[in-house]
Every structure is written in structure tokens, then in C-alpha cells.
Write a protein that binds this ligand. Structure first.
Ligand SMILES: CC(C)(COP(=O)(O)OP(=O)(O)OC[C@H]1O[C@@H](n2cnc3c(N)ncnc32)[C@H](O)[C@@H]1OP(=O)(O)O)[C@@H](O)C(=O)NCCC(=O)NCCSC(=O)/C=C/CC(=O)O
Ligand SMILES: Cc1cc2nc3c(=O)[nH]c(=O)nc-3n(C[C@H](O)[C@H](O)[C@H](O)COP(=O)(O)OP(=O)(O)OC[C@H]3O[C@@H](n4cnc5c(N)ncnc54)[C@H](O)[C@@H]3O)c2cc1C
Length: 658
């Protein structure tokens, strides 16, 4: 305990200043803490036995907490804003089984419902008179949205849609909040009118009775069973047998079906019906930051408290975080988590800007938003999931205990690599955009690419390279990414030249395409980090805080160059003989950050209650906490300390004559 206190005392980081920066100011932090304290002091949210609960107990407790927070805490705390709602959800922790209602059901109505439809449905949803979910994925299709099989056939006589699951594979499968709690769903289905298939459109369908919650006529519904994690979420299945809904349950902001069945196409883009997925993708980079920063808070604090091996006679055993390998592992991840933070801020800003333009029917930024949100979602969820597992491994055996907090963080983060669009598929979407921009640059000399794709016209290796220079780092990335995009585009065109059709040529280049999208997204993240720490808000910070952020930026930028040095060398950006210098810069910056490590994770401002970790306690009293935690283990609670399996099985073995 004294070690971590001593490290805090010795750290020169202005922790509070960094916390206020990360959360958007003192007022936000104080409000966050007010909400946290209200939850922590409410016995409904007690987590003492959390890790010992069964799957059904976890689910029931999660629903209880979710309903309690909606009915009691939100009114009491006058919670209205997104930040406050997020603070409440974060401190309650676990999966919020009703989250798809606010995260996807309501935003879809807001984004794709007509004014009349919003007036009808949003008050019901806001006041929880209905509970919604987003039922897009089917047993046979998740990625291929255009291939969804559920049909919505228009009947002009009754002015209704007939919603039907024509095949086994068309059964909706995976949607959260669906299995037990939802009364309604957004159902993407094939709109068929006048015998013509108009493609996927979004419909509102009632699933369960508002009187007794039984399934509506023609609906078969339930929970899909145990998963890798997500025990508190009722991911469900949903089968339609010619379910009838009124015509105006088709969300009609962009396209309509008239009473006689005439289809009115969207004036702008059919892809606006994908808008909710883009919204969630934009937010998943912030989610990735939160989950990885929690894991790092646990791992860094434990690595300061934990000592292992006496390396000099008469001296104390060495702190884990004083082993250079441990420093390299965790401090490069600290750099990564700040990289994710900055790019998540930029992505959300791009989403808001695009959304306001879309409201004026200006589609200009939509392609860039789709490409950027796809790439950033893919890379940030990859980095967070892998980073959490790395943090666990860095904490040895105790990291593998549920009491460490890592297993929950990992099982709660890793599905984000799949949901809201599989990461490979999304990176291919980013690649599609890059190849298209490159084509425009080649065909139109007057065309200037978007700022984040500027390497297509600006990539030059600087003379007398200085690896500590942000501008030089960016120039190296520009050379590398340009080469990756050229390589992928060349492979596609080579395929076409030998007579492959578009799909085969594209598919043959899939690995290079994903690689160029990944490289581009890392460039975007490095650029975001460098540009954000050069902004006035950071420049007004204490000099030491600025210095540490610059060290982290260098580490984030250079560590990727080191790990992907083959791409940079192949692009002529760096030479093999320069790798040692890069290693030395990284190592020196890690050593600069080491004394500030405990304060950097303190700045994330997670109460122990949120971390749910005996290893990550702020006071560092790990072993006491571990001993207290095991007292709750039901397996140790049997009479005389003898588990029933002894009498049932083990005793026979011990007494058998073999
Ligand atoms: C993979 C996708 C995007 C393919 O969509 P598709 O319609 O087949 O389009 P194309 O690949 O042919 O591209 C045509 C054109 O459209 C542009 N585009 C595609 N998507 C968007 C978009 N969202 N916004 C704007 N523009 C878009 C694309 O760039 C092309 O433009 P060109 O100019 O190049 O022609 C699609 O099938 C897809 O998104 N698949 C993933 C499905 C998914 O994300 N499912 C999530 C379900 S909800 C969920 O998982 C919930 C989880 C719970 C939780 O979050 O807690
Ligand atoms: C925890 C969790 C919660 C979820 N919640 C919801 C929800 O609330 N609502 C909802 O509608 N859905 C939900 N989903 C479903 C999720 O959106 C889908 O699983 C996801 O879109 C991936 O689709 P898929 O499972 O069909 O995978 P597939 O599309 O079968 O992909 C499998 C693999 O094939 C590769 N692949 C597939 N297509 C291509 C291609 N075109 N090019 C290259 N490679 C390809 C992918 O890279 C991937 O690795 C959830 C899923 C999970 C795990």
C-alpha cells in the first residue's frame, strides 16, 4: 500500500487537470462522481457476490438494476443528458439488458422515422411504455444486410405489411434485449410491394403484449442461450409467421409506401437506413477507450504493488513495473489508450457534423464518415480487446481470477470486434473508400483528397530524419500508407487485367485491402493524437502534463512503426539500420513516462466499485482484498469445510482397493 502511495506522491503529473481534460471539464467530473456515489451507496447495486452469481442470477440482477436506475435513480438525480446517462450506465457496470432500447431502437426512430412517427413512438419509448430492440441479424445473415430474408409484403387492401420469416435461416438471431424484455423491435426486412422487392427497409413490429408480455400472434421469441460472455444480456431469436402491421409502421423519413402500394424512393441515399449502425460504430471507439483504460488502471496499479524476485541481496523484491518488459508492455498500451481516446473524440465530432449536414440533405460527408467510423471501430475494438488480454497476462495468476476484473472486461469487449459489423468487413469498407479516392486522384489532377487521405498527394520521406518530430513521424506514415493503398489497388487492377470479374479481383486482393485500411486507420489515429495535443486546450496544460502526452504520442506513433517496420521499409519510409534508433527513442520515452504511470491511470478516475477488481484497488491493498473476496466463495461454505463431492465420489476413490 505504501508503495503506491509513495509513487503517487512522487509523481509530477497534474492528475486532476488530466481528469478534467478527459471528461470535458470539472463540472462534468463532479456530476459523474455525484452519479457514481448515488449508485455506490444504493444497496440495489451491491456487487459483493457479483462474481459468484449464476447466469440466471446475473441476468435477473441486471434487469433489476436497470429498472431501478430508470424508475428511481434517474428521476432522483434528474438525469437527462447523454453524458449523465452514460455515467450512470458505466458505474452500474455489467451489460445493461435494456440498453438496445436507448442505444438502437430509439435512435433508429429518431434518425429514420417521419415527424409523425417520431411524435407517436418517441414519447412511448422515452417513458418506457414500450421497450425496443434492433432485430436486424438473422441466423443466416449478419454481415450481408442486403441478403436478409425476412419479408414485409404490402397488402393495399388492408393497408398493412405482412412480416414473415420464410426460412429457418431468416429467423432473427442475436439481437440484444430481444430474448426476454423487448415489447417492440425495429425489424429490417425486404419491402415487397406490387410484386417488386425494394430491398431492406426498417419496420416497427410489436413482439409482446403490453398487458401480460406474452408473444403476439404469429411471433415465436426467446433467448439464444449461453454465450462466451454477456450473461446479463438476453440476446434472442425471433420468428414471424405472417405477422400483420399497419402501413405506417414502415419508418418513412427517407422512403415511403403510399396507401395504394406505390413505393417512393429515398431522395438521397438508400444507405441512410444503415444510419444507426454508423452511430454505434462511432461510439464504439469511446467504449474501447473506457474498457482498455479500466484494464490498464488495474494492471498498472497491481504492477506497482506486486513485487517478485529479490534481485540484489538485502534489497526488497523488484516491483513488476520496474521490469523493463513489463514497462514496455503496459506503457505502450497506455500510449495506445490515449490514441484511442483522441480518435474517438474526432470520430464523434465527424458524426455530429455529418448528421447536421444530413438534416439539410447534404450527403457530402457521409462516405468519409462511413469509411472512417468503420476503420476506427475495427481498429479501436481490436486494440482494446487485445490490450485487455495483454493486461491480464501481465498480472500473472491473479489476473486469471474473476476477482481481477479482467475476465469481465475481456468478455464484455471482445464481441465488439464482431457486432455492429465484423471488423474485417468494416476494414474492407474503408479500403473501398480509399481505392475510390485514389482513383479520383489519378483521374483528376485538380482533385484534392480529404485531409486524412492527404498521403495520396503528399508522401515524401524527410531528409535528416528526426524520429522525435511529429511532422517527420507523420511523413513516414504517409509514405507507408500510400504504398499500402497502391499495393492493394494494383493487386485489384492486376486481377481485372487477367480477366477476373470485379468480385474475384477484389477478393483476391482482400488481404492487401484490409492491410491498407488498417494502415490508414493507424495513420488517422497517430495524426489525431499529434493534432489534438497541439491544440490550445493541451497547450494550456501544465508543462509536465504536455511533456508526458508528447512522450505517449511518440510511443504510440513509433511503436507501430517498429511493429510494422516491414511495411515502412518496403515503402522506403525508413531503413533497417534506423530501427535501433527508433527502439531507443521508444525506450527513452517509456522511461520518462514510468514515474507518472500511477497518476495517468488515476486520471481515468474509476472508483474501485467500477473496476470490480481486487488487483486494481486505488489503495493498493490487494492481498487483504483477495482474502476478503474468497470468503464469499460458496464452495468453501460446506459443513466442516467438506464439499459434498467427497461423500459422493472422492471418498470411494480414496478407499478403493486398486
Ligand atoms: C458491409 C455493408 C456495409 C455492405 O453494405 P451494402 O449495402 O452491401 O453496400 P456495398 O458494400 O455494396 O457498398 C455500396 C455503397 O454503400 C456505401 N455504404 C455502405 N454502408 C454504408 C453506410 N453505413 N453509410 C454510408 N454509406 C454506406 C458504400 O461505401 C458503397 O459506397 P460506394 O460509393 O463505394 O458505392 C453492410 O452489409 C453492413 O453494414 N454490414 C454489417 C452489418 C452490421 O453492422 N450489423 C450490425 C447489427 S446491429 C448489432 O450488431 C448490435 C449490437 C449490439 C450492441 O451494439 O450492443
Ligand atoms: C454480443 C453480440 C450482440 C449482438 N447484438 C445484435 C443486435 O442487437 N442486433 C443485431 O441485429 N445483431 C446483433 N449481433 C449480430 C452481429 O451484428 C453480427 O454477428 C455481425 O454483424 C457479424 O455477422 P455474422 O455473425 O453473420 O458473421 P459473418 O458475416 O458470417 O462473418 C463471419 C466471418 O466471415 C467474414 N466475412 C463475412 N462476410 C465477408 C465479406 N463480405 N468479405 C470478407 N469477409 C467476410 C468476416 O470477416 C467474419 O470473420 C450481435 C452479435 C453479438 C456477438
Amino acid at each position: 500500500m505504501e508503495t503506491i502511495a509513495a509513487e503517487r506522491k512522487a509523481s509530477k503529473l497534474a492528475t486532476k487537470e488530466l481528469t478534467y481534460f478527459l471528461y470535458g471539464g470539472e463540472e462534468m467530473v463532479l456530476r459523474k462522481r455525484e452519479i457514481e456515489n448515488a449508485v455506490i451507496s444504493d444497496p440495489t447495486y451491491d456487487i459483493t457476490k457479483y462474481h459468484y452469481l449464476t447466469r440466471e442470477e446475473l441476468f435477473e440482477q441486471a434487469v433489476k438494476k436497470s429498472v431501478h436506475s430508470i424508475t428511481k435513480l434517474m428521476p432522483e438525480l434528474d438525469i437527462l443528458g447523454v453524458f449523465e446517462r452514460h455515467s450512470l450506465t458505466s458505474v452500474i457496470g455489467g451489460e445493461n439488458p435494456l440498453s438496445l432500447h436507448t442505444d438502437m431502437f430509439m435512435p433508429t426512430i429518431t434518425g429514420q422515422g417521419s415527424d409523425e412517427q417520431q411524435e407517436k413512438w418517441l414519447p412511448l419509448a422515452t417513458n418506457y411504455k414500450i421497450i425496443g430492440c434492433y432485430a436486424q441479424t438473422e441466423m443466416g445473415h449478419g454481415t450481408y444486410v442486403r441478403g436478409l430474408e425476412t419479408t414485409a409484403t404490402y397488402d393495399p387492401v388492408k393497408q398493412e405489411f405482412d412480416i414473415h420469416s420464410p426460412t429457418l435461416t431468416s429467423i432473427k438471431w442475436w439481437p440484444g434485449t430481444l430474448g426476454v424484455n423487448a415489447t417492440h423491435a425495429i425489424v429490417p426486412a425486404r419491402l415487397i410491394t406490387k410484386g417488386e422487392d425494394k430491398g431492406i427497409h426498417n419496420f416497427i413490429v410489436q413482439l409482446r403484449s403490453l398487458d401480460n408480455h406474452t408473444a403476439m400472434k404469429g411471433i415465436t421469441i426467446g433467448d439464444i442461450g449461453p454465450k462466451f460472455g454477456y450473461a446479463e444480456m438476453d440476446n434472442g431469436f425471433l420468428k414471424f409467421e405472417h405477422v400483420r402491421i399497419p402501413r405506417d409502421n414502415l419508418l418513412m423519413r427517407f422512403s415511403q409506401v403510399l396507401p395504394d402500394g406505390t413505393y417512393v424512393r429515398p431522395k438521397t441515399s438508400s444507405k441512410l437506413s444503415y444510419g444507426t449502425m454508423v452511430l454505434i460504430r462511432a461510439g464504439l471507439s469511446k467504449f474501447s477507450f473506457e474498457m482498455l483504460s479500466r484494464a490498464l488502471t488495474i494492471a498498472i496499479r497491481y504492477s506497482i504493488v506486486r513485487r517478485q524476485t529479490q534481485n540484489r541481496p538485502g534489497e526488497a523484491e523488484t516491483q513488476l513495473l520496474d521490469y523493463v518488459n513489463q514497462q514496455h508492455t503496459l506503457i505502450t498500451l497506455l500510449a495506445t489508450v490515449f490514441g484511442i481516446y483522441f480518435v474517438s473524440q474526432d470520430t464523434i465530432q465527424l458524426y455530429v457534423k455529418t448528421q447536421s449536414q444530413l438534416n439539410e440533405e447534404n450527403m457530402e460527408l457521409l462516405p468519409e464518415l462511413h469509411a472512417s467510423s468503420s476503420g476506427v471501430k475495427a481498429i479501436s475494438t481490436n486494440l482494446a480487446s487485445q490490450g485487455i488480454e495483454t493486461c491480464r497476462i501481465a498480472c500473472g495468476g491473479h489476473g486469471y481470477s474473476l476477482s481481477s476484473g479482467f475476465p469481465f472486461l475481456y468478455q464484455s469487449t471482445t464481441p465488439s470486434m464482431t457486432y455492429e459489423g465484423d471488423n474485417n468487413v468494416l476494414l474492407l469498407q474503408t479500403a473501398r473508400y480509399l481505392i475510390k479516392i485514389r482513383k479520383e486522384v489519378q483521374e483528376d489532377p485538380s482533385y484534392s483528397p480529404p485531409d486524412n487521405v492527404n498521403y495520396l498527394t503528399e508522401a515524401v520521406r524527410p531528409r535528416n530524419i528526426n524520429f522525435r518530430s511529429p511532422q517527420h513521424q507523420l511523413a513516414l506514415y504517409q509514405c507507408m500508407v500510400r504504398a499500402c493503398v497502391d499495393r492493394a489497388a494494383t493487386k485489384v487492377s492486376q486481377g481485372e487485367k487477367i480477366g477476373l470479374d470485379y468480385f474475384d479481383a477484389w477478393n483476391a486482393a482482400a488481404v492487401e485491402l484490409i492491410q491498407c485500411a488498417e494502415a490508414h486507420t493507424h495513420y488517422v489515429m497517430v495524426k489525431s493524437f499529434i493534432e489534438n495535443i497541439d491544440k490550445e486546450e493541451v497547450r494550456n496544460m501544465s508543462p509536465y502534463n504536455q511533456f508526458i502526452l508528447k512522450c505517449l504520442s511518440d510511443i504510440f506513433s513509433l511503436n507501430y512503426i517498429l511493429n510494422k517496420s516491414g511495411l515502412f521499409i518496403e515503402a522506403g519510409a525508413i531503413y533497417g539500420r534506423e530501427l535501433n534508433e527508433i527502439r531507443e527513442v521508444i525506450q527513452s520515452q517509456i522511461l520518462e513516462v514510468r514515474p507518472a504511470a500511477v497518476s495517468l491511470v488515476d486520471a481515468f478516475d474509476y472508483p474501485d466499485f467500477v473496476l470490480r477488481s481486487v488487483l486494481g484497488r486505488k489503495d493498493g491493498d490487494v492481498y487483504t482484498a483477495m482474502w476478503e473476496w474468497v470468503q464469499h466463495n460458496p464452495r468453501n461454505k460446506h459443513k466442516n469445510g467438506v464439499h459434498p463431492v467427497y461423500k459422493k465420489y472422492t471418498r470411494k476413490l480414496l478407499r478403493a482397493k486398486m
